[in-house]
Design a protein around this ligand. Sequence first.
Ligand code: NAD
Ligand code: TYD
Length: 347
Amino acid sequence: MKNILVTGAAGFIGSAFARYMVKKYPHYNIIVYDKLTYAGNLNNLSEIDDEGNYRFERGDIAARDVVRGILQKYDIDTIVNFAAESHVDRSILNPDAFIHTDVVGVYILLDEGRKHGIERFLQVSTDEVYGDVETGYSTEDDRFLPNSPYAASKAGGELMVRAYHVTHGMNTVITRGSNTFGPYQYPEKLLPLFITEAIDNRPLPLYGDGMQVRDWLYVDDHVTGIDVALHHGVAGEAYNIAGENEQHNIDVIKAMLKLLGKPETLIKHVPDREGHDRRYAMNCDKLRALGWQRQYDFPQALALTVQWYQDNEWWWREIKTGEYLEYFKRQYADRLAAADQDQPNNH
Ligand code: NAD
Ligand code: TYD
């Protein structure tokens, strides 16, 4: 492993991975390849701009000729793919881009990677491929029951990775992370959206009863999990990366509000997300057996995250303009209006 193409690393988790890899492995060259969609942001990578073992290239993972050119230019031997459309609500509003990137893009990366003679291919996936887990914990051999267009497209990408391993003997590994949070997360996902809205004393649109369960994983722990799977994972295998920290959404938000010193009256119960999974939960013994260990507990990681958004308003205020505001209106205007009618005293 020497020249690593990290795709989608101008986003939240990929940029954390790139920042970590550039510093931890000075003898690797880290080439970030990213389309810079609404979710991609070069500010996420500015910390490593001046590092000699880091390069950035802009492009689409589904653009075959461009991908081929980059693999040749940098003599790439390893691909770690973070590139994805990643937000469930957007996949409900407009799934096209999800099929393009999460299915077709993964296929193009695999196909060009194979022709180029890639030695290792890691696909970053999600616990959402397992679907709603009423009881117990998903293990890597459980069947896929994706419920949102996002989850279905991620499952499709994974199946293509599996096919390239079985059919062509490609050296592939898949990781399935749980709900991740931390600095530089685009403010459309639950925590960064609610932290930044709460800072501005705006209503927090909690879907349904807020009793859905997610397993919260700090971004730095997700990154070390991918590092361990990349270096030690068995070819053809998948590894769950879990926070082992199940929480109801409403409890996460109350803890966040307490850290910010803001009142719980900001919470508004709004009409639910369509097809909303009630619970995700995974077992991650398989990755632990490779030597992975989490470093952060939830209260500590939540406090670090809240503090980061308080200290870095420059980062998120620049994002919360233009297209973002249009998306926000489309996703929340009717929901918040409906909540106003249902709960007139709740603001
Ligand atoms: P993100 O939305 O913050 O970033 C996605 C990045 O991919 C952006 O930089 C975007 O510009 C880039 N991108 C999108 N389409 C592209 C294309 N066609 N070609 C090249 N680049 C493209 O996402 P994230 O939260 O950092 O998630 C990263 C990966 O981790 C995704 O594959 C996601 O499915 C997976 N994942 C996320 C979570 C989570 O809680 N955020 C949990 C488990 C797994
Ligand atoms: P999200 O961050 O979108 O992640 P995912 O859907 O991939 O789990 O949402 C996390 C949880 O928070 C999920 O149960 C949906 C809920 N949620 C809200 O209640 N309100 C919101 O505005 C958002 C974005 C999410």
